[in-house]
Design a protein around this ligand. Structure first.
Ligand SMILES: C[C@@]1(CC(=O)O)c2cc3[nH]c(cc4nc(cc5[nH]c(cc(n2)[C@H]1CCC(=O)O)[C@@](C)(CC(=O)O)[C@@H]5CCC(=O)O)C(CC(=O)O)=C4CCC(=O)O)c(CCC(=O)O)c3CC(=O)O
Ligand SMILES: NC(=O)C1=CN([C@@H]2O[C@H](COP(=O)(O)OP(=O)(O)OC[C@H]3O[C@@H](n4cnc5c(N)ncnc54)[C@H](O)[C@@H]3O)[C@@H](O)[C@H]2O)C=CC1
Length: 213
């Protein structure tokens, strides 16, 4: 496997972005959606980034880049149009064992950003390993057209029931069977996609009786 996919909780965690152009703006948008706080090092930034600075926890430093800008940051994105600056960020981050994305050269990056379908809590990330970013975008589109109806709602319902299932049953086998049945259960899926709460309740109770005990 060329890259190991991870889903990171970035809420409240500071991330460094170096550069303030179109690509930096796009990466900033993504990190902010995940709740990160940002340190932005760039002499100038796009008007969208200026707006984001007013609305979010972003520390914009219009000063020359120094190694200390990495201090307190969990990861870095080198997003300038200056290849040497991007490489420097990557070298500094790697020396400190921090993950670094490099927008103009995947060979000096320790992570790459995938194309993302965000139906949180369901998140689908697609990468072509840096070979073909546009194809990642096309695959994302393709996948998003194939997703099952009510997918997100079924997952949210599973989250609500999870504790009860764990409390009701010790057998890992039976729990696995319960969840497999749950997600394949046509009447339940139908009720969930229609948001029919009475029917959802009935189907869930009968699943508990039939599958768990
Ligand atoms: C390695 C990686 C590093 C990283 O950024 O993490 C990287 C690198 C580079 N991208 C370049 C170009 C473009 N990238 C896009 C788009 C996306 N690029 C994304 C990720 C990645 N791009 C990482 C690999 C991920 C993977 O494995 O797939 C996506 C998936 C995710 C995101 O950025 O959010 C997002 C689509 C998301 C979406 O829409 O959902 C478009 C199209 C467009 O903008 O519409 C173009 C123009 C067309 C073209 O050139 O192909 C160039 C050449 C720059 C130049 O010409 O100088 C490099 C540098 C190089 O290849 O060396
Ligand atoms: N990974 C990806 O998805 C993509 C990557 N790219 C690459 O991203 C690079 C940047 O693209 P854009 O944002 O469109 O460029 P841009 O020209 O809009 O912005 C470049 C930014 O970098 C800043 N900058 C330059 N030198 C700096 C330094 N030493 N320290 C701090 N900031 C510095 C500039 O002030 C500017 O804000 C391009 O060189 C291209 O190779 C381009 C398209 C997609």
């Amino acid at each position: 496997m060329d890259y190991f996919p991870l889903f990171c909780d970035l809420k409240g965690k500071r991330c460094l972005i170096v550069g303030g152009g179109q690509v930096a703006t796009h990466k900033a948008r993504g990190l902010l959606l995940a709740g990160a706080t940002l340190r932005l090092v760039a002499p100038s930034i796009t008007s969208e980034l200026e707006l984001l600075c007013a609305e979010h926890d972003i520390e914009w430093l219009p000063v020359p880049l120094i190694k200390q800008h990495l201090t307190g940051c969990w990861l870095a994105i080198a997003a300038t149009n200056d290849a040497a600056a991007n490489r420097l960020v990557s070298q500094w981050a790697t020396a400190e064992q921090k993950f670094c994305n490099c927008v103009d050269d995947p060979s000096c990056a320790s992570f790459i950003t995938p194309a993302i379908i965000d139906c949180s809590p369901v998140i689908i990330a697609v990468s072509c390993g840096g070979h073909a970013p546009v194809y990642s975008k096309i695959l994302k589109q393709h996948l998003s057209e194939q997703l099952p109806a009510g997918m997100r709602e079924m997952v949210l319902l599973a989250g609500v029931l999870r504790e009860r299932v764990n409390q009701s049953c010790d057998s890992r086998e039976r729990k696995r069977a319960f969840w497999t049945m749950f997600f394949h259960h046509a009447p339940l899926r139908q009720a969930v996609s229609e948001n029919n709460t009475d029917e959802i309740h009935q189907q869930v109770e009968s699943l508990f009786q039939n599958a768990l005990f």
